[in-house]
Design a protein. Structure first.
Length: 207
């Protein structure tokens, strides 16, 4: 099964336990004072944070494998997006939000443009360990944000099962520490589909 088949299957069956029905509190807390900029949301699903960011004047660019998720984001707001093809991507857009349906690893800088901030929630936990290293390398080659918010989930004791994969703070520090200074703003325990996980929220700023 390809990754696309796996994730499309999860969306088709409604197995999207990661989706939050409300904008997480860390979003207004960390983006509330950010002047309008372009915000990249990798592996975005149909995250409500994107609508929150767009409503505050940011230009949101998301990437998501599932076309169903991308279409649902607009349909749930009663918005008919413009649709175009751009290489490997189907691009859906409406004022304030552009969603590139396709593979994050196929994104090039021209797809995302100059990005001021990144909101990355639950992307690393979707990927196995070796792919996470490739993901971080691609991210740092793609964008140079002034603010990079990273939301991780970790199981204690850790194991290698997933998705969701357990990603400790030390792994994010190893992946991004050369490029960004990382400040962990908070952790809490959340109940996941397969048991409790620690949610860690980090703020990365360029070194
Ligand atoms: C755990 S969910 C998190 C979704 C979103 N960030 C949120 O907080 O609701 C991971 C998402 O990544 C998508 N995905 C997985 N691999 C991807 C890839 N290589 N490129 C783009 N999207 C991908 C999946 O379809 C899924 O919607």
């Amino acid at each position: 099964m390809t990754d696309a088949e796996f994730w499309n299957g999860r969306w088709a069956r409604g197995e999207t336990g990661w989706h939050e029905a409300e904008v997480p509190a860390h979003v207004p807390a960390l983006f509330g004072d950010l002047p309008p900029t372009r915000v990249f949301v990798p592996l975005c699903g149909k995250s409500l944070a994107m609508a929150w960011l767009a409503a505050r004047g940011h230009e949101v660019v998301g990437v998501e494998l599932s076309e169903q998720a991308c279409r649902a984001f607009f349909a749930e707001r009663g918005v008919e997006p413009a649709v175009r093809h751009d290489g490997a991507f189907l691009v859906l857009s409406a004022p304030g939000v552009t969603l590139c349906c396709g593979d994050f690893f196929a994104l090039r800088p021209e797809h995302v443009g100059e990005v001021g901030a990144v909101y990355d929630r639950a992307a690393l936990i979707a990927l196995p360990r070796d792919v996470r290293a490739r993901y971080a390398r691609h991210m740092t080659a793609l964008v140079r944000p002034r603010l990079f918010v990273q939301v991780l989930y970790e199981r204690v004791p850790a194991d290698e099962e997933g998705p969701p994969f357990s990603v400790p703070r030390a792994e994010a520090e190893a992946l991004y520490g050369d490029t960004f200074a990382i400040e962990w703003t908070g952790s809490r325990i959340v109940e996941g589909r397969i048991g409790p996980m620690h949610e860690h929220v980090g703020v990365l700023t360029p070194r």
